[in-house]
Design a protein around this ligand. Structure first.
Ligand SMILES: [Cu+2]
Length: 405
């Protein structure tokens, strides 16, 4: 028989237990609270006021995945899955839900938002719009988590690696989809986004791979070889840069490795934080276009946004207004030919059913040699209003209203 606890010990022990329950409850409530700012933004309170004159009532706290309680983690995953039940807002081929809208908008704007000066601001706002969808429409009371740590737990995480032999790329994959074949290993078969052919509710992706429109399982091909480029040194190197352009290039890298299969075997391969964070998971996340079909996309980009913010606040006077870089990526700049204006050229790249309003940026008054400024308008199609870069430079100001802890 187990001896009863000595009465003199039981009292303090029970008090300690109660205290830890109270602390964990209040921490949880803190991380999962309500959002007056979101209400203000979405319901148009103070809508007559300029964005710059509105204020955050409080800041949402974005934190690392591993620091969330199991309850918070499962709440986040529930909310992500809930977006697959929300009505779609766009008319892109294949789109069936709000979750698909986010992937489709990214697929259709990818050529004008990567390897450009506005890469970081565009993705900053894109992540916030997804966070707002979770909070507004899926009753999630937390923030987007950050991924810097293991996330592949099948019970409290995003499921594991793709299983070899469970996925075959379609025959009609063309070069324009920039698919790196070796990274499309197989379907995720476990966890909340695992594929189960006999379950009609099973997680499937309706866009991609690349620019294709197919319904398929979530594909991964985890490759730990890319972890070497996700080191503290790589981040420190970016943080040491003095100008936004240098910083953005250090963090995003150039497009050569992200896009091309043959460069993957290059022994001189050196990848950026951005590219390696995509390629370490591979499959859908490793693709330039269809990556938001992988729920980890938002955690990866929240982390890049955190690094940008950390760089910004090292010299806020200067860096909260520091914006520069190409309006168009190098690939696009080379392209306009024989009597074709560059604006026609870039819209010519987009699919025929493409509505011009879904373009990633507002080109008004710019040309191919323009530099990105704080006045550039970022576009998100049906997901959100066009917003000027100047209005999201400071994440602690309206309409962003969040902080990294
Ligand atoms: Cu992107």
């Amino acid at each position: 028989m187990t001896p009863p606890l000595l009465p003199s010990l039981a009292g303090p022990l029970i008090r300690l237990l109660l205290l830890s329950v109270i602390i964990s409850r209040s921490t949880c409530r803190h991380a999962l609270d309500s959002d007056a700012d979101l209400d203000a933004e979405l319901n148009g309170k103070n809508a007559s006021q300029d964005i710059s004159s509105r204020q955050c009532s409080h800041l949402l706290k974005r934190q690392e995945w591993r620091t969330l309680s199991d309850e918070h983690k499962s709440e986040y995953i529930r909310a992500v899955k809930c977006t697959r039940k929300l009505p779609k807002l766009s008319s892109y081929a294949g789109v069936q839900s709000r979750f698909d809208d986010f992937q489709a908008v990214h697929i259709h704007t990818a050529d004008s938002i990567h390897y450009t000066g506005h890469f970081l601001p565009w993705h900053r706002r894109f992540v916030t719009l997804f966070e707002q969808t979770l909070r507004r429409d899926c009753d999630y009371r937390g923030a987007i988590p950050i991924r810097t740590s293991p996330v592949f737990d099948p019970v409290t995480g995003f499921g594991g690696d793709g299983v070899k032999g469970t996925y075959t790329l379609p025959d009609n994959v063309t070069e324009e989809s920039q698919i790196i074949r070796s990274t499309f290993v197989g379907c995720v078969m476990d966890g909340p986004f695992g594929y189960n052919a006999s379950d009609p509710e099973s997680f499937v992706v309706h866009g991609g791979p690349g620019k294709l429109v197919t319904t398929h399982c979530l594909v991964r091909g985890i490759n730990d070889g890319f972890k070497q480029f996700l080191s503290a040194d790589v981040v420190q190197n970016a943080l040491r840069q003095q100008t936004y352009e240098e910083f953005r290039l250090a963090l995003e890298g150039n497009d050569q490795h992200h896009r091309r299969e043959e460069s993957m075997d290059d022994s001189d391969l050196e990848l950026s934080e951005h590219a390696s964070g995509h390629l370490v998971v591979g499959g859908e996340l490793g693709n330039l276009y269809s990556s938001p079909g992988e729920p980890l996309f938002f955690l990866h980009h929240a982390n890049l946004d955190r690094i940008w913010w950390n760089w910004q606040i090292m010299d806020p006077d200067q860096r909260l207004a520091d914006m520069s870089g190409n309006v168009l990526s190098d690939d696009v700049e080379d392209a306009p030919e024989d009597g074709l204006e560059w604006e026609d050229w870039i819209s010519g790249q987009l699919p025929e059913d493409h509505d011009d309003q879904y373009n990633g940026i507002d080109f008004g008054g710019l040309n191919a040699s323009s530099t990105v400024t704080l006045d550039l308008g970022l576009r998100f199609g049906p997901l959100g209003e066009t917003i000027h870069i100047r209005d999201i430079m400071d994440i602690t100001q309206f309409p962003s209203c969040y902080i990294y802890i």
